[in-house]
Design a protein around this ligand. Structure first.
Ligand SMILES: Cc1ncc(COP(=O)(O)O)c(C=O)c1O
Length: 454
């Protein structure tokens, strides 16, 4: 009898997060204060984040203990299953073995609560009573609303306008967990009002929504800012995914030749890939593939440069792959991948040749999503469908090379709130955006004059 899913006991939940900084051949570049150009210190970040998260942000310890209170909440859905999708392998006609880790079993339906719960916990322990955040697809906003509800914090979500309109039920979910939500750009902040004055019909972007949430948090003593991706501590919290997957691959008697994830800011990708990169840095041969939309090709066509994390230049400067902080990606349906930058840790690892990246058009990713749904049943989130497509492309390349590979990908969330996107795909209405080089060069002018990474 074939095994379909590999399950761990609750007692096997990882007790520590894995910090890749301790093993990186080259450390990430320092984060700079935009005014002075000097590295920021913990005190600069204290108005926005609790001290424990600031310390995790700069920690070089290889492991960080997960607090019991966080583990107790993780147990609501963790450990998550690892699947062997044999029907998908058959439908794709590949000789390779495919595995996937499924993060859609969490209450909000994605990997995002792995960090939302940790962030809400540290904020609550240090006396904050309210969190402000942005959300693209609505997955992060709903995860933080869920975490704040369980830990007794208020939550305000700035949701990118296009997703707010496309996904009314993500909005309802956020409200069901007790958070307040507005479309971004909004009238609630100075930066939102400025953006609306300039462009009243703006579809919004993650960069804009981050400006609003940062401004909200900086202006209120009771409020901290919470980010769902990009930062080192967020990626750290996601490493429970890859640690579980390592144990589950062992149960399956296999080890991946290829590890695949989709990349918006980079957190689910890092969550799965970093524990495997630890093995790669130690000498194992693994192809680690980051998948992004061709409409927002940060890793494949962006520059490695210092840039702001948001549109209004309120955040510190970070060295990362970027398309420029005022790049507004086309309103593709993978809303969670519409971000101009990508995590500094991932950017550095791409620069060091430990991770490679590829970009896909949305009609191709929906074709793979539908093939997956028709073989395995689960309706994938459009973001996660990039990883499915990357895994299938890797399988195809292996077949063409006459090789059998073991491929592991992260299915970061389900797409139950993305059915409008599927409707559009079935109606043939999805547009594949071809970004011309001139547009990219124009967007990159925004970073001219900023410090240059060493
Ligand atoms: C299901 C899902 N996957 C992936 C992402 C992309 O974020 P990240 O790159 O931080 O994993 C999102 C973001 O909203 C998401 O909702």
């Amino acid at each position: 009898m074939h095994v379909t899913k590999y399950l761990l006991e609750e007692s096997q939940l990882p007790r520590r997060w894995y910090n890749i900084r301790a093993d990186m051949p080259n450390p990430p570049q320092p984060v700079l204060h935009p005014g002075t150009g000097q590295p920021v210190g913990p005190d600069d970040l204290a108005p926005l984040f609790p001290m424990e998260l600031i310390l995790q942000e700069v920690s070089e310890e290889p492991e960080v203990a997960i607090p019991d209170e966080v583990l107790e909440i993780y147990r609501l859905w963790r450990p998550t299953p690892l699947y062997r999708p044999r029907r998908l392998e058959q439908a794709a006609g590949t000789r390779s073995r495919i595995f996937y880790k499924y993060e859609g079993v969490s209450p909000p339906g994605s990997h995002k609560p792995n960090t939302a719960v940790a962030q809400a916990f540290y904020n609550q322990r240090e006396g904050r009573t309210r969190l402000a955040t942005e959300t693209g697809a609505g997955q992060w906003g709903s995860a933080l609303a869920f975490a704040c509800q369980l830990l007794g914090l208020e939550c305000k979500v700035y949701m990118v306008r296009i997703s707010y309109d496309q996904k009314p039920f993500r909005r309802s979910l956020i409200q069901a967990w007790g958070a307040t939500i507005v479309p971004s750009p909004s009238e609630d902040t100075e930066s939102g009002r400025a953006m609306l004055a300039e462009s009243p019909d703006s579809p919004g972007s993650l960069g804009m929504a981050i400006s609003e949430a940062v401004e909200d948090a900086a202006g209120r003593e009771d409020t901290a800012y919470s980010l769902g991706s990009v930062l080192n501590h967020v990626l750290l919290h996601q490493t429970v995914i890859g640690q579980e997957a390592l144990a589950q691959m062992e149960l399956a008697g296999a080890f991946p030749d290829v590890v695949v994830g989709c990349v918006g800011g980079g957190s689910n990708f890092a969550g799965l890939a970093f524990p495997f990169l630890r093995e790669k840095i130690a000498g194992r041969d693994i192809d680690v593939l980051a998948c992004e939309p061709s409409a927002c090709p940060t890793l494949t066509r962006g520059l490695f440069a210092y840039d702001f994390g948001d549109t209004s230049k309120l955040t510190p400067l970070v060295a990362m792959h970027t398309l420029g902080h005022d790049f507004v990606p086309q309103p593709i349906h993978a809303g969670g991948l519409r971000y101009h930058g990508v995590a500094p840790l991932i950017s550095q690892l791409v620069r060091d040749g430990l991770i490679r990246a590829d970009a896909y058009a949305q009609n191709d990713i929906f074709a793979s999503a539908v093939l997956f749904a028709r073989s395995e049943g689960i309706i994938p989130a459009p973001e996660s469908a990039h990883a499915i497509h990357g895994a299938l492309e890797s399988a195809r390349a292996a077949d063409e090379a006459g090789e059998e590979r073991t491929i592991l990908f992260n299915l970061s969330g389900h797409g139950h709130f993305d059915m409008a996107a599927y409707d559009n795909y079935f109606a043939g209405k999805l547009v594949d955006v071809a970004l011309d080089e001139e547009e990219i060069q124009r967007a990159l002018r925004a970073i001219e004059g900023l410090p240059v990474p060493a």
